[in-house]
Design a protein around this ligand. Structure first.
Ligand SMILES: *Cc1c(COP(=O)(O)O)cnc(C)c1O
Length: 334
């Protein structure tokens, strides 16, 4: 049983450790989705978290667990996205050194953003694997502590604090929709929600192209999948063939996994913008996309996690403007 990997006690301890350093984001009812689905639908507005995603919770909790000696040496990770941002920010807050390793193929704007948050950037090689080798080199050479994006007990416990807050905010939850990639968020949230409200269901949502956790759950073990471009770029990447925590927790705690097409993800982003007045990235839009797609039926109350907002604003604009069905695309040229 997965319950001995990360427990509700770990998540409650994480909550105390990070409470002063992260935003307690609101859970608000969506009038539009509630009316459309005929059951109460709530949105957990975690895209409003500092650094623009929930990753700050896990990174902050992982740093809180380091020894004084480890804190003096610093931390390292290979991440071009939300985990890199979160770790850079959390380390600076503690006055710690953070090194983020990336390949030469990473766009300059992403590099600049993470440097602006205070991290040292090491650009090495031409792939994520090359960047990961540099991480391992720095662990050996400088004694830096590696903070992985999802497959780590302290990271999972940190992400689980989001589940504690939702269980506090909404009684009798029927179903929670969670964006799913490596599964740190889904594992932590499912553990917290099911400990507090044992009847609640938790459904993971990924994109159809390159959903590593879904393929692994089907195969019964961690497997590799081919990566492809997606609007939900924060959901890309594998779960690691040597996965220690999140595969077992997702297998034991998730009630279902749903896969969305690119147009379904785009519809989620558009809905968030037009009807909820929220700018969210593709990865964060999969829960709304799943509800709008009609691929799932759920009783209420439903909670949908909006997990991040770090989207290139030109890409966001083109998704909003590509709404041909409304026949109002020309508005965007104004
Ligand atoms: C990382 C991330 C996810 C997926 O989280 P996992 O713990 O890898 O499953 C979802 N949404 C956003 C915005 C993210 O940054």
């Amino acid at each position: 049983m997965a319950s001995n990997l990360v427990s509700i006690n770990d998540i409650e301890r994480a909550h105390d450790a990070i409470a002063a350093k992260v935003v307690r984001t609101p859970t608000v009812q969506s009038a539009y989705l509630t009316q459309q689905l005929g059951v109460p639908v709530w949105l957990k507005l975690e895209h409003r978290q500092t650094t623009g995603s929930f990753k700050l919770r896990g990174a902050t909790n992982a740093l809180s667990q380091l020894s004084e000696a480890e804190k003096r040496r610093g931390v390292v990770a290979a991440s071009t996205g939300n985990h890199g941002r979160a770790l850079a920010y959390a380390a600076r807050l503690e006055g710690m050194r953070a090194v983020i390793c990336m390949s030469r193929l990473v766009p300059q704007n992403k590099v600049d953003e993470i440097r602006r948050l205070g991290a040292e950037i090491h650009i090495v090689g031409k792939s994520q694997d090359d960047a990961q080798e540099e991480v391992e080199r720095l662990v050996l050479q400088d004694g830096l502590a590696m903070v992985p994006p999802f497959d780590n007990a302290h990271v999972i416990a940190g992400q689980g604090t989001l589940g504690l807050e939702m269980a506090e905010d909404v009684p009798n939850i029927h179903t929670v929709f969670v964006p799913l990639s490596g599964g740190g968020l889904a594992s932590g949230v499912a553990c917290a929600i099911k400990s507090k409200q044992p009847n609640a269901k938790v459904i993971g949502v990924s994109m159809q192209n390159g959903a590593a956790m879904h393929a692994s759950l089907k195969a019964g073990r961690p497997v590799l999948v081919e990566e492809s471009a997606s609007l939900a770029d924060s959901l890309g990447g594998g779960i690691g063939l040597d996965n220690r925590f999140t595969f077992a927790m997702a297998r034991d705690l998730l009630d279902d996994v749903i896969l969305l097409t690119e147009p379904e993800i785009a519809a989620g982003m558009r809905h968030a913008y037009q009807h909820e007045r929220e700018v969210i990235e593709g990865a964060a839009a999969v829960g709304i996309g799943a509800l709008l797609s009609g691929k799932v039926r759920a009783d209420g109350p439903i909670i949908v996690i909006l997990s991040g907002r770090n989207v290139d604003m030109n890409q966001h604009k083109s998704v909003i403007c590509a709404d041909q069905s409304s026949g109002r695309a020309e508005q965007c040229h104004a």
